[in-house]
Design a binder for this molecule. Structure first.
Ligand code: LLP
Length: 421
């Protein structure tokens, strides 16, 4: 459920009519709903009511906007970060250092040191050399780094290949078969408090079965590690729960409640603090990308609806063939079949092919739904376009939580060498 809906024939974000944002801020622009973010945060937490000890860290890679993070910080969420930059954002947004988990397959030594200096709650170690480096850096600082070892359970998440992370051939974690020996070697190091295991098998999962298969393997590993004398107090189950992208779709992702019930059942005897890193399920349907129709141009089979948003603003369709529902801000009730494309000079700059959509004309406004996760954060300035702004709505008020960065501002950061005449 979200708070983007038609009222008197006009699409609103909570109590704000979207034409007002288009007029005052311009398009394209991302629009987030605070009430939707809060609702999703509560639903996910409620879904885990049968997990006695838990920690929820929002995967801020999916939406690192400071305003959004502040909303989630107020909901008691910590942060899952994957870079020094994300770490500083989480702190700036008011998340407590001890609630921050540092994931990421290629942390630098500088980033490990930064995490220690900031006093973060946990490092998710991706492989043995990283664990050794972290132990050395911590010991040199006379500190002990709280850490878990990320394992790769070799489970097919059944999602798009580019966002699947838990198959043996993926770059993430250590093979689950090798985990006991690596764990044994790392846990002996001064400077490291290796206290558990992490797993994350992919994103936009639409079935519970791969989660359950992976979690059961982790449960066995926890039992094996304990049998070998290790103390295991924390298990991080990652993120990955999918969201509905397409109204009327017959493959609906599992609900947070079903996910939570499965987790509670599978982990009942684990006796650990369970950690979660949800991203998309919190932010995905909390945001839309508001765009203006520039032109409607005849095509070979169907017309092209050329919008002022492009693949640089919302990369998911071009990167993953992702579906985002498209809706007119003032629908007439009529429909048309069209391809929706952006202004960028690539055929891949296509949001939808030959799709039945609300009828739109040049000058109309429309939204791409479910753009709150992996939307603005993946934007670029390709084709020397501006960096897309972001707005956060709260009831009948809104704030621009990220300015549009004009192409000229980007250009101002460049220089021509004076030795080129
Ligand atoms: N934890 C780890 C270690 C991750 O790598 C990710 C996402 C998450 C948590 C959060 O996953 P979520 O709950 O959002 O599925 N750009 C792609 C998605 C990339 C996901 C990367 N890792 C997309 O637009 O679909």
């Amino acid at each position: 459920m979200d708070h983007f809906e038609l009222r008197d024939g006009v699409m609103h974000a909570e109590d704000i009519p979207l034409p007002r944002i288009a007029e005052e801020i311009g398009t394209p622009v991302y629009v987030y709903s605070r009430a939707t973010l809060e609702r999703h945060a509560q639903v996910f937490r409620d879904a885990l009511k049968d997990v006695p000890r838990k920690h929820i860290a929002f995967a801020i890679k999916c939406n690192p906007n400071l305003g959004v993070l502040r909303v989630l910080a107020r909901q008691g969420y910590g942060a899952d970060v994957v870079s020094g930059g994300e770490l500083e954002r989480a702190l700036a947004a008011g998340m407590a250092a001890e609630d921050i988990v540092f994931s990421g397959v290629g942390k630098t030594r500088a980033e490990l040191a930064q995490g220690l200096d900031r006093g973060i709650g946990q490092f998710n170690i991706e492989h043995e050399p990283e664990g050794i480096a972290l132990a050395e850096i911590a010991a040199r600082k006379d500190m002990t780094a709280p850490a878990v070892l990320r394992v790769n359970p070799d489970v097919d998440a059944g999602t798009h290949a580019k966002i699947s992370t838990g198959k043996a051939e993926n770059k993430f974690g250590v093979g689950i078969d090798t985990a006991p020996e690596i764990f044994a070697r790392l846990s002996g190091l001064p400077g490291l408090n290796l206290r558990g295991i992490a797993v994350h098998i992919g994103s936009q999962l639409t079935s519970l079965a791969p989660f359950e298969a992976a979690f059961k393997r982790v449960g066995q590993l926890v039992a094996d590690l304990r049998a070998a004398g290790h103390s295991i107090t924390h298990v991080d189950l990652g993120g990955g729960l999918g969201v509905p992208y397409r109204a009327g779709d017959n493959i609906l992702p599992p609900s947070p409640a079903d996910y939570g019930a499965m987790v509670a059942r599978v982990t009942r005897d684990w006796d650990v603090t369970l950690m979660f890193e949800p991203g998309r399920v919190i932010a995905g349907n909390s945001g839309v990308l508001l765009t203006e129709i520039l032109w409607v141009k005849p095509g070979a089979t169907h017309p092209f609806v050329i919008v002022d948003a492009a693949m640089n603003d919302l990369a998911r369709p071009a990167l993953y063939d992702a579906w985002h529902d498209f809706a007119a801000v003032k629908p007439s009730g009529e429909t048309m079949t069209a391809s929706i494309v952006g202004p960028v000079c690539e055929t891949g700059d296509t949001f939808a092919r030959d799709r039945l959509i609300d009828k739109v004309e040049s000058g109309d406004l429309a939204i791409f739904r479910s753009a709150g996760a992996y939307g603005a954060t993946m934007a670029s300035t390709y084709n020397s376009r501006s960096l897309v702004p972001e707005v956060l709505v709260d009831g009948d008020r809104y704030v621009v939580v990220a300015d549009r960065i004009a192409a000229g501002t980007i250009m101002a950061a460049e220089r021509v060498p004076d030795w080129i005449d």
